[in-house]
Design a binder for this molecule. Sequence first.
Ligand code: ADP
Ligand code: ADP
Ligand code: MG
Length: 664
Amino acid sequence: MFSSLLVANRGEIACRVMRTAHRMGLRTIAVYSDVDAHAPHVAMADHAVRIGPAAPRESYLNIEAVIAAAKASGAEAVHPGYGFLSENAAFADACAKAGLVFVGPPASAIRAMGLKDAAKALMAKAKVPIVPGYHGDNQQDDHLAREAERIGYPVLIKAVAGGGGKGMRRVDDAGEFAAALQGAKREAQSAFGDARVLVEKYVERPRHIEIQVFADSHGNAVYLFERDCSLQRRHQKVIEEAPAPGMPANMRRAMGEAAVACAKAIGYQGAGTVEFIVDASRGLKSDAFYFMEMNTRLQVEHPVTEMITGLDLVEWQLRVAAGEKLPLKQSELKIHGHAVEARLYAEDPANGFLPSSGRLVRLKLPESAPHIRVDAGVVEGGEVSTFYDPMIAKVIGWDETRAGALSLLADALETAEVAGLRSNLAFLIATLRHKSFGDAEIDTNFIARHKSELIPGPGEVPEDALLLAALFTLSERRVRARTHSPWDIVDGWRVGTSQEEVMRFDAADGERTVLVKYLAHGFRLSVGSRAVEADVLREPDGSLTATIDGREIRARVLHIGGDLAVLLKGHTYTLSPFDPLEAAEHSDASAQDLVAPMPGKIIQVLVKAGDAVKRGQAVAILEAMKMEHTLAAQNDGVISELPWSAGDQVSEGAVIAKFTEAAA
Ligand code: ADP
Ligand code: ADP
Ligand code: MG
C-alpha cells in the first residue's frame, strides 16, 4: 500500500476520502482554489497545496496544476473523488506518466464509457440490454426525426457526451421534435463542447436503479447490489436508497450479473456504477431493465451501499488501486437493513430548484448518530459559491426497515437549520414523509407529480412561525430590560397591565399582525381570530423553547439584515419586523443616543443641550398611539443635540437626543 494520497477534489467528497485515508494511516494532501483556502477539506488534510483561482478550469480541472501539486508534496497516489477530473482519461494518463497511482479504473475503461453512444454499442455487443434507440453518427435533423418516428414516441434526446441531466429533452410527439432537438444540441454544445445527441425510447414509469460494481487487477469482479435513485428533479438525483423497494431476487441477480459483464467487457478496475433505466409499468421484472451508462468513479450516493453492506468503499478503492485483491467474494456479500440518503442542496424548490449561493449564516446539520451519517464539506459561515456544485451535505439514515429509515432520516433533518441562502431542507423532509413515497410508489416523475404537496408555496408563513417571531421579539426585550433601559421593560410597560400591542410583520404573503397582551406570566397572542396563551424561554445555545397553549415548540430565530428568520422544522421563514423597538434598534443612531421607539408627536422637551442627565431621567414626552410616553435616557451622559421641539412629528428611529459621552 502507498503511504500518501492527494485528493484532487473539494467539499464533502474530499473530506470523506480523507477520513478513510487517515484511518488507514495514509498521509493526506488537499488541493484548493483561492476561494477554498479556509474550506474544511483543507483544514482536514495533513498538507494542502494551492492550485489556482476559483474557476474550476484554472484549479480543480487543471491537470498540470494537480500533477505539480502531487509531485511537490510527494504524494504517491491520487484520488479524484467524483465530478471534476474523475472521469477524465487524460488525467488518468497524466497520473500514470508522472508515476502516480490513479485511484480509479484504467484510462481505457474511462474512454470506453466516456461517450454514451459508444458505450451503448459496446454493451449491445456484450449482450447487456440497452434501451431501443438511435446511437449513430448521422446527426442531420431530419434523419434524427425519422429515427424518433421509428423508435416511437415518447422519446428522449440525450447529449452523447452528457452528464448531470444537461442536454436532455423528452419529446412526446413529432411536432415538438425539431424545437427540442435544437435546445438539446445548444445545451450539449455549451456544456460539453460536443453537440452530438442520441435518441432513445422514453421508458414509461421509469425507475433509475443502478448497480455498484467492484473489480480488481486479478480478474475478480463483484456487485454490491443496487441503489434506487428514482427521486430526481431535472434528471438529477436528490434522494437515493438501497436496496430498491420491491426488488425481486431474480431481478437483482440478473442486474448484478449484467453489471459485472459490463465491467468485464471493458477491463474495469476499482469502483464503478452501472446505471439502468427500469420500466416499472408492470412492477419490477427481470426482463425490463436497460443499460443507460456507466459512471467510472465513486458515486455521490455510495454511502447507502456502505450502510447496507457494512463496507467502506473508499477503503476498497485504495486497496484495489494498490494492487490488492477484492476483500470479499460475491457469496460473502450480504444486504442488511435499509439506507436512505438525502442530498441537502443550496437551491430553491419553489423556483424550479434553481441553485442558490451565498453565505451560510446559519448551518446546523443533524448530529451523527449510530444510524445517522452526515457527510458535509461546508461549515457555518462558509460560502456556497457559484463556481462549484451547490450541495451542502448528504445525510444518510439506516434502519432494519425502509419505513424506519425514512422516518429516522426525516426526524434527523428536522433538527437541521439552514439560513442565509435557500435550501431544499423542507422539501426533503416533506418528501421523506410523503405517503406515496412511504408506499414506494416511485418513479423518476415522482417529484413532478407531487410537486404541490412537496414544495410549499413561496409565500406561506404558518401561524406558528408568526407566533415565534413575536415571542422572539418579546424575549429580546426581556433580555434588554434586564440589562439596561427602563424603556424595555416588557410586561405591561405601556401603562398598566391591560395594555395591548400590535406587532406587524412583512411576510412574503403580505402584512401579518400579532396582537400581544401581557399577562402576569407570559402573553396572550392573537393572530386573526385565534388567540393563544404563550411564553418563551431562551436556551443557552440561543434557540427558543416556546409554549403555545401548552404545546412545546423548539425553534431558532435569527436576525439577518433587518429581517427575522424563523427556523422551524426544516423551514426557514423570513419576516420583516415592523416593530417600533426593533426599528429603533436598526436606525443609524449610535448606541447611547435616545431614539423614538415609534412614530409620534413631540409634546415637550424636558432638557437643554449641555445638560448632564442620569440614566432613567425623563428627556422628552412623545405622544403616540393616543398615549403619552416619557422618553427616558438609556444611560448617564451629556446631551449635545436636541434636534426636535414641541409639536414636531417624528418617525420611529428618529434621534430625540444626541449624547456626547456616556459617563462610566
Ligand atoms: P451522479 O449520477 O452521481 O449524480 P453526475 O454526473 O450527475 O453523477 O455528477 C456527480 C456529481 O459530481 C454531481 O452531483 C456534482 O456534485 C459533482 N460534479 C460533477 N461535475 C462537477 C463539476 N464540474 N464541478 C463540481 N462538481 C461536479
Ligand atoms: P446523466 O449523465 O445525467 O447521469 P443519464 O443518462 O444517467 O444521465 O440519465 C439521467 C436520468 O434521465 C435517469 O436517471 C432517468 O431519470 C432519465 N432517463 C435517462 N434515460 C431515460 C429513458 N430512456 N427513459 C426515461 N428516462 C430516462
Ligand atoms: Mg447518469
